[in-house]
Design a protein around this ligand. Sequence first.
Ligand SMILES: [Zn+2]
Length: 475
Amino acid sequence: MKFFYFLLITLFPVIGMSQEISFAQNLYNTYESYREPSLNSRRITHANILPLIEKLHHNSKFVVHKLGESVEKRELFLIKIGTGKTKIFLWSQMHGDESTATMALFDIFNFFSANDYLNESRERILRETTLYFLPMVNPDGAEVFQRRNILEIDLNRDASRLVTPEAILLMNTFDSLDADFGFNLHDQSTRYSVGKNYKQATISFLAPAFNDKKEMNEKRERAVKLIGRMTEVLQQFIPGHIAKYSDDYEPRAFGDTFQKKGTSTILIESGGWKDDVEKQFIRKINFIGMLSAFNSIAEKSYEKITRDKYEAIPMNDNQLFDLLLRNVSVEKNGRSFSLDIAINITEQKSGRESQGLIEDLGDLSIFHGIEEMDCTGFSLVDGKVHTQTIKTEEELNEIDFQKLIENGILFLPVEKELLSYSLQGISRSRFQLQFVEPGDFHFQLKVGGQSAFYLYKNDIPKYVVLGGSLLRLKN
Ligand SMILES: [Zn+2]
């Protein structure tokens, strides 16, 4: 008798889980039919989402309510769907350059607009929950792709003082809803690792603390359990790529404040995924993660999860560089030294071009590279500076970058006004010569310096490092 009793207890969560796993797998497999096709890059602006919100306004399933305006008079909207008694509030992009979840929210709206084989799950969610969405809290920051709002205030440090109109709107909306669950949607550095691991933290979760002692109460524990469930579901798509964000209490932040006010709040940070610069795969993982959370809330399946699932998630750590070249041979004063070279890609706020800057040199054996190579037997050879100074855009557009690289030239002197010129049609990693001011420039291997050089083996150029990327040369 005891045996059967035991069996019943252990089987129940498993049955619930398999429904949730198959729902998530279905979302994964048919994601393309929900993906909002007009949003394709991280640099989305308010103008990109306005027509989509207008469309929801004419869709009887949704209620769209104008909340107010940002400093630069861009409208903020609250979008509501569902009739259930559990209220869930989600807000995205309070940091203007953190758009991954915003894109996923519009995929989620398409999911709820659809009528297909997932109707049963869809209707269950809308029967059991009411969902409130506030996409792009910081449209002025998004306009110029910057973290802070246009007053240069970090909205996530304005939850207490409430100076900015965006923070006031977010707080008032939160107070008027009194939601059971809150989802605080952000992006984090693509270079965060999962613990002391070489894997990128693609998604990091947090159930924010509500006091300095980081105590647990019923509401926070509910967030902890739901994160445990979301982690179980998402592990199948991004195994080993889920971490936990630091839970230091920050009274000026929204997540911490909302947790304190009694809404079970979950922070989702979208990090990095190899070769997903525009974060379109991570957007898909956001889509699945959030819908799986709604499904779990509707089913109340998260209640069965124990706290140790959350506690077992490794912390975010700093173990990664964008590119790590190990054991490169470098000549100096007629002697040869072996060193590791770490390079990080710095994205320019104004345009798409990026720079690869040298972050560290020496023994970097405790670190990992998102891209890395053992360069034993390779020696570093400086790139040359082009003899001709480029004076106009026309001259620049006529240059055959590939040919210059083949001829050992990696630095291009350009007139000052061309220094910030964006190379249209040239992807951020390919053939991106380093622009330098005309004059007496020569390459120096130093921390904080440009990373543009060749890797030779047996006196033959095998690779070129440019814009933070390692490119193989045809020989
Ligand atoms: Zn953020």
